[in-house]
Design a protein around this ligand. Structure first.
Ligand code: PMP
Length: 417
């Protein structure tokens, strides 16, 4: 007899037996609207028939073609296909299994390519739980507590947070960019700074979109100083924000882009993309891993990209995201405890705040639990766990959005009563 370790913490009490589209079913066949998408992973919904068929075909053909030993067709085809959707010039890719691994790989790549050591990350950012990725993470202390010392060479600087500071977006951008300049002038010289890593929407840190002017300011500074701009599109990529990539809400492109979650509809796969000149400066053989670019995951990713294109899921994310945001704002208007509703596309957060402006974690926790009881699965985020986030599969319909809004309305009502 053995049991799962308490180091794993479960957000809902549900024991999932099967998944279909936007729904999960427990062992008693109770149906839940899954607005977590496995933390933004099941982009095409649970068990999309085309993804299932592609994976099943591949399982019977070749499961593991280890890519540093032999190459296989699904990975070549996937690479070719990603070339159609990646920003121009980011035409060299390699693959690992998770977001954290991709983050670490991108930092190794940036250090090799520049010969510099330091990395700038943003306060509130989340980049993963492995040692290097956790060292870049400050969305909540639980990721770092008790495991230090962390990887050296990381400098943090503020992310523009207009709601938390009660200032305009323009002021938040101005101030965050000024802090960034100050950091380069006082803590990490541009000559020592390999990269700056940023999420187009601060994810685990509270679902705060990076204002376009902020990303554009970072791009300009990166160019000026020869610092590489790494965009962590692990959560925002593959249509999540209503554009194919989260950074497409601004006028910039990264030097290195990493993507994972939504890419393969639930199979472990992450990709690191950069231009050929940059990749050429890395040491051959310095990246990779036994399972990276698994053939079944690659086949599932190809099918995912087909479904995203054929079912116009990026447009659907934008459209249903607008509908969901509008409904959430109506709920917030009736309940002052929800101080802010924000996000992009189908990546939306509801921030719970007390009357005197402090994080209201208790009410957020009650609303989250009440929603699960009523059949709507959600997640929380933010350093204080007071942001309830909604991140449904990109296939979600207007009827499902409306059903979720009704359950959310009831959940918030019961949490405040
Ligand atoms: N980067 C971002 C932006 C993420 O949201 C996450 C996961 N929440 C990660 C990295 C880490 O990904 P993984 O859990 O697959 O290691």
């Amino acid at each position: 007899m053995a049991e799962l370790s308490p180091v794993l913490k479960q957000a809902t009490p549900v024991l999932a037996a099967r998944g279909e589209g936007v729904y999960l079913f427990d062992e008693q066949d109770r149906r839940y609207l899954d607005f977590t998408a496995g933390i933004g992973v099941t982009s095409t919904g649970h068990c999309h028939p085309e993804v299932v068929a592609a994976a099943q075909r591949q399982v019977g053909t070749l499961i593991h073609g280890q890519y540093t030993t032999v190459m296989h067709r699904p990975l070549l085809d996937l690479t070719d296909r990603l070339g159609d959707v990646l920003p121009q010039g980011l035409d060299r890719l390699f693959y690992v299994n998770s977001g954290s691994e991709a983050v670490e790989a991108s930092v190794r790549l940036a250090r090799q390519a520049t010969g510099r050591q330091n990395v700038v990350a943003f306060a509130g950012g989340f980049h993963g739980r492995t040692m290097g990725a956790a060292s870049l993470t400050s969305s909540g202390v639980k990721v770092r507590a008790g495991i230090g010392p962390m990887m050296p060479g990381v400098a943090f600087t503020p992310f523009p947070e207009s709601y938390r500071h009660g200032i305009s977006e323009a002021e938040a951008v101005r101030s965050a960019l000024a802090e960034f300049d100050q950091l380069l002038a006082t803590v990490t010289s541009p000559k020592d700074t390999a990269a700056v890593i940023v999420e187009p929407v601060l994810g685990e840190g509270g679902y705060i979109p990076a204002p376009p002017a902020f990303l554009e300011g970072l791009r300009e500074r990166a160019d000026r100083h020869g610092i590489l701009l790494i965009l962590d599109e692990v959560q925002t990529g593959v249509g999540r924000t209503g554009r194919f990539w989260g950074h497409e809400h601004s006028a910039i492109a990264p030097d290195i882009l990493i993507t994972a979650k939504g890419l393969a509809s639930g199979f472990p796969l992450s990709a690191i993309a950069a231009g050929s000149e940059l990749m050429g400066r890395a040491w051959p053989g310095s990246q990779g891993g036994t399972y990276g670019g698994n053939a079944v995951a690659a086949a599932a990713a190809l099918a995912t990209l087909d479904v995203v294109r054929d079912e116009k899921l990026v447009d659907n994310a934008a459209e249903q995201g607008r509908r969901l945001a509008e409904g959430l704002r109506k709920v917030a208007a009736e309940h002052p405890v929800i101080g802010d509703v924000r996000g992009l596309g189908l990546m939306l957060g509801n921030e719970f705040t007390t009357e005197d402006g402090r994080p209201d974690t208790d009410t957020a926790t009650r609303a989250h639990a009440a929603a699960a009881e009523k059949g709507l699965l959600l997640l929380t985020c933010g350093p204080h766990g007071n942001v309830v986030r909604m991140i449904p599969p990109l296939i979600v319909t207007a009827e499902q959005v409306d059903a979720a809004l009704e359950l959310w309305q009831e959940a918030v009502r019961s949490a405040v009563s």
